[in-house]
Design a protein. Sequence first.
Length: 340
Amino acid sequence: MISIRRFVLRRLGTALLSLIGVTIITFVLTNIVPGNPALTALGPEVASNPGAVKAYDLRNGLNKSLPEQYITYMGHLVQGNLGVSRVTQRPVLQDLLQYAPASIELGLVAVVLALVVGVALGTLGAMLRDSWIDQIIRVGSLAGVSMPIFWLALVAFYLFSYKLGIFPGLGRLDPGVTPPPTVTGMYTVDALIAGQWSTFAAAVSHILLPAFVLAAYALSLFTRFARSAVLDVVGQEFVRTARAKGLPELVVAWRHVLRAALVPIITIAAVMFGIMLSGTVFVESIFSWPGIGEYAFQSATNLDLPAILGVTIFIAVIYIGLNFCVDMLYGVIDPRIRLQ
């Protein structure tokens, strides 16, 4: 019990230090970026008035030194105050709560698709090592890693939506379809909760194509990692023992090989979900998906420093939280890790 408590506290301490480090680095880098926040917020005509610029700097604390600004920012942050967006004029936390559910929904669907298909293909390739099936899987995974996501998104939208009409157009729902009552902000989940099956079907049809595009890169990585992890396990003694008992190959792969290879697969799954949330700008822009990526792009182009900081900290919290959960899963899968 003591070792478990120590393991959890040690991981929590590491997560907290990582988050503080992220806030320091992000705050410094954001504030030394060339540009005039007053010019962006007030416009060129108002920003040409020194009195207006001075009042703006005083109101937003920009007249203070950088360490003083950081201390003030952290004091607000621990209270859940991420500041006010200089573009939307709303609290950044309110903006994030509006945009984040769309990205989380898209990222979850994409990572589940990539994980299920990628692990299945990687395991199949490893169990049939050097066969023609393995060669096709390896070439396909290499092609998936090599394709730029913006190019794939454009091609997928043009071919499957515009030309063939297999998938619907832009956005999260068809025009005229009323979103389900908000519970989580994720249309598929909220439609299920409300029992609105037609809305659920519409939400699923809209999310599939951008999710497949977003999952393409992750699927290729999952395939390669799963294949490598399984290959490290298949030659071990307990696998040979299972085969010697006459167990079917599918049972050997599922009960013995895949379970032993779960640790690196879980690691890459958590990392890829964070990457999807932080790297969905192109997919969300092309498919008009109102998520955190589109919000981050608008914030960056308008030099909206509070919004940029808010998005960065939000993504950092997701990353750190996922890594903490992965550490906990490590301790469940392999109790020896808790003693390290």
